[in-house]
Design a protein around this ligand. Sequence first.
Ligand code: ADP
Ligand code: ASP
Ligand code: MG
Length: 864
Amino acid sequence: MNAAPANGAQWVVLKFGGTSVSTRPRWDKIAAIAKAKRAQGKHVLIVVSALSGTTDKLKAICDGHADAGKCRAVADEIIARHRAMFVELELKDAGGLDTWLARLERLLADPRRTDGALTWQAEVLALGEMMSSTLGAAYLTASGVATRWLDSREHLLSEALPNQSAWGSYLSAQVPTARDEALITKLPTLGEIFITQGFMARNAAGETVILGRGGSDTSASYFGALLDAEIVEIWTDVAGMFSANPRSVPNARLLSKLDYEEAQEIATTGAKVLHPRCINPVREAGVPLAIKDTNYPEFAGTEICAAVADALPSVKAISSRSGITLISMESIGMWQQVGFLADVFEIFKRHGLSIDLVSTAETNVTVSLDPTENLVNTDVLSALCTDLAGICRVKVIAPCAAITLVGRGMRSMLHKFSTILAEFGSLRVHLISQSSNNLNLTFVVDESAASDLVPQLHDLLIKAEAMRVEDSAVFGPSWVDLYKKKLVQDAPWWRARRDELLKLARQATPHYVYDLATVRAQAQALRGTIKAVDRWFYAIKANSHPAILREIVARGFGLECVSPGEIAHVREIFGDAVDILYTPNFCPRADYAAGIAAGARVTVDNLHPLEHWGELFAGREIELRLDLDFARGHHDKVKTGGAASKFGLSLNELDEFLRLARQHDVRVVGLHAHLGSGILDAKHWKEVCAQQASIAEKIGTVRSLNVGGGYGVPARADEAPLDLAAVAAGLAEVKAAYPQFELWSEPGRFLVADAGVLLARVTQLKRKGEFRYVGVDAGMHTLIRPALYEAYHEIVNLSRIDEPADELVQVVGPICESGDVLGNHRRLAAPQEGDVILIAQAGAYGAVMSSDYNLRGRATETVL
Ligand code: ADP
Ligand code: ASP
Ligand code: MG
């Protein structure tokens, strides 16, 4: 373990929001992000939100506290959701989660529920983050990222503020922060990675309090200040703060860099991506804040720090808040009455209400109440109005929306706003306010007008050059550009060809469908990137469909076969026009004879053939397959190196092999090693090649080194693809050191996996305990990889591709085996009998490995 850091600069605080903690692939992302920080020597504190939707449900319990039946029903949904998550994460020990679920039961039975006591509400709301952090700690630890759970309430102590309402002190609490030396010194003695809850703190009486909706961001920044962190990173579902909410304005531009004040202004005026209170603590502590997309960590995101390079005044963002209540107060009779404002504000103070916008006239003052800062309900309002009625005529205008333009130097841009003001001209504008810090200009309109207005205004701001999007120091790409590109790039071919696939499924299921363009692209990627390889052979066992073989041969590949049957298949399609590399394993003598007769390059991987059938090879050139005594691969069953694997000649038998070769006048002209499949570690091939090269130098007769295949294709959306450029660089290095050798390689799966999908039809649905089973007409007889290698194949409900994939199911086949499961704990759009289910990445080792088991017949194959 590292020594305690001399200063807090080594801490990074990573906050993950609701969507970032709601699925297992996201937790794998979190593990990877935390690991990367550790690898840089940082101490890591992870702050999490509740699983998405959970806080809403807990709030529904608080709001419906009086209705025991409703509370029960909502609680059951929460329990089911968390149990399903536990199953999805494949955790072993339910103890931690059970503790919180039991706590939920106790709170339902608590006498404080009847009148919805604020202390009770705070405890209820806190449960979401308690559960998510508990599940997260267990999953991260099980994933090899040892993570210690902390109770955030032990470290965040809220402060009673003057005139704060009871509601505010329990449900919108604030925490004073300063560098906490004791904590900075203590934590590193307990571990390296910690996880804690956002959204909550404790008050001086030791009670749980809540920081307000969206308050987990603020927890992270409180911890950033306590730990004097190097950075606080807010990981969410969008790559930063944008010039408008990208969900309603897809053309919104990424704000690459902001200073604290601008970010504060954008957050307070409605950009939900940051909780408004989270800027101040980091600003005071001088800790920078970043916003990043958990799903696409490669996107630059937004950086928020003290000073940003000088730029011309520009509107940076347009935001809007709804649910605003305006209180208009008309003074009775007296014109410019001294103390009128003081009297009015005194009443708001008495009710613990904080005012946001103010506009005054000689006889009228209108103010706004922001629901994120205040409990604004009918009881509160009528009590306020009763008191105000004593000194003025009161009018409540609600619901309103406040639309705000934010940017430094707002006043110097007024001349550019003519088109903007024209838009407002046609609406009822209840209030206009220009902030005294010159950072914002706000218009309050009827709530119903806001949603159409904001995208329109955003466009106009760009056209009027009031938003200077050409300044690349501040503005990044638009949200659509950023994500469309990514989505197109990431979208598998089958999404675009859905209609064709559904049509094919109507003809027959189960049905393998192949896309030749994907095969071509993969072949080109390999050949075009890994230039050090001189000769490529496609391992046809992965998929020997003639159309696929033709496509690959047309890209300049030879073919690698492992049996006389495969050789005959190739000769039948191509005659002698294609080069065959023959690599059988534990085959009878006759199989070698067949390979020799077919003119293939024969590979031997054992002493036995030379010891017993030497005359067969006499006077010939052969390839020798070596076991380099290590292996890599996505599963034990695809590792093909080391004594436990049957492949390859052991290195300690090499001398004997060479002696036998000399005895029979056999020349070893090539070395071969293939040590596993599905390898995503780019250095693998270089290591293999370097080892082969040094052995080959000793043998003397070797001309070529075959580094095998095994190029991995990521199975899960969040796995990084193999870095082919790095593979290329590694092999080029070895080649430069040993220019005398030709390099060969024999990919299989890499070329075809993504090119194929398996279509199946839903047969039956069943529920058993926590599990929901979806039966399909494909099974382990159609695609055996999940059963054999625990392989993960993405599965979607193709019939309902546009509906939310939110049912957690087991996708199973019709074979009489418990192992006949195609997908464990998958989220599918509510499957119904007859729906077409697509199993992705089935182009390799799919149809070729299918069987007649249970006499269910084989799948149809179609090449698009
Ligand atoms: P989390 O659950 O991770 O805390 P939130 O839902 O609280 O995430 O915040 C992220 C969301 O904020 C985005 O998905 C987006 O819809 C919304 N949002 C609103 N305004 C903006 C803005 N100006 N820039 C980016 N996101 C915004
Ligand atoms: N879970 C809390 C909420 O939904 C806090 C957060 O997510 O930031 O408001
Ligand atoms: Mg949030």
